[in-house]
Design a protein. Structure first.
Length: 289
């Protein structure tokens, strides 16, 4: 499943590729418009449109009832219960399309999070690259190797250690033991650099991004075997199962999205543009929302 998710995100990366050289607002705006329009189409054909309209009309009617009979407590109480009942009806009718949209758009949202909420490591700055093993094996300290490409330097020596993880701060019960190798790296040239790892004789590469190229996908979990972690931070590399590597983590700096003269989390301009696009086509597709 993780490898399938890597392939899905590589497809998204290829679609984003032609727009990586322009201002990030343009690719984000295009995806926002696409999502807004597709969301309206999904909502129209997967929701009970008649039921939504009926629930909304009854909610409005019962609000008028409260206003007209403001001095009649029993009538107001009954009208408020009917408002709540129809509100639950409305949510029940709206839930299926929302669930479909979450599943359909989640890979895109996760891809955009690693693209616009983080940025490549500035040239000359040091950062940490962590490799964690899935399990311990004999001589693991000497069977994890890293070959650096031109443009990347190792600062100091690799740190190899085992760390016990307890059930809680006050508990003495050991949940697991992590075996890690940490590298402190510094890029001397901008661009994408492929870090070549070899573990138990199995080789794989992990992309390491450096420079001012904001808008390229700087995912902190470059590789992972955990589907839960992969869903949130889509990895950029596949790891051979025989290597027994649980994850490769790169500490990328956080970034803010530039939008109309202010810096924000990318999700806010995305939501604004997608909602404008959705309401713009609402009448065209005759969608009741």
């Amino acid at each position: 499943m993780v490898n399938l998710y890597v392939m899905i995100n590589r497809l998204i990366d290829s679609l984003m590729g032609p727009l990586e050289g322009v201002s990030p607002i343009w690719p984000l705006a295009i995806w926002s418009i696409v999502v807004g329009v597709v969301a309206m189409i999904i909502y129209k054909y997967t929701s009970k449109q008649d039921g939504i309209k009926d629930a909304k009309d009854k909610i409005k009617g019962h609000f008028y009832e409260v206003w007209l009979y403001i001095d009649d407590a029993p009538v107001i109480a009954k009208a408020q219960l009917k408002v709540m009942f129809n509100a639950f009806r409305y949510m029940a009718y709206a839930a299926p399309p929302l669930a479909i949209m979450i599943v359909l758009f989640f890979p895109l949202f996760a891809n955009l999070e690693t693209r616009y909420a983080m940025k490549p490591v500035p040239v000359g700055d040091e950062t940490l690259v962590k490799l964690r093993l899935a399990r311990e094996f004999d001589g693991w300290q000497n069977q994890v190797k890293l070959d650096l490409p031109p443009g990347v330097e190792l600062v100091g020596n690799p740190v190899r250690f085992s760390r016990r993880v307890f059930e809680s701060d006050s508990s003495k019960k050991v949940v697991r033991v992590d075996h890690e190798v940490n590298y402190k790296l510094k890029a001397t040239e901008p661009g994408r650099h492929d870090l070549a790892f070899t573990v138990k004789g199995k080789s794989f590469t992990v992309p390491f991004l450096a420079g001012p190229d904001y808008g390229k996908r700087a995912t902190p979990l470059a590789a992972t075997t955990s589907l839960g972690e992969a869903l949130l931070f889509p990895p950029t590399a596949k790891v051979p199962a025989e290597a027994d590597v649980e994850r490769v983590e790169i500490k990328y700096p956080e970034a803010d999205f530039p939008f109309l003269g202010w810096n924000a989390w990318w999700i806010w301009p995305f939501l604004i543009i997608s909602m404008i696009a959705a309401y713009a086509v609402k009448g065209v597709f005759k969608v009741e929302i």
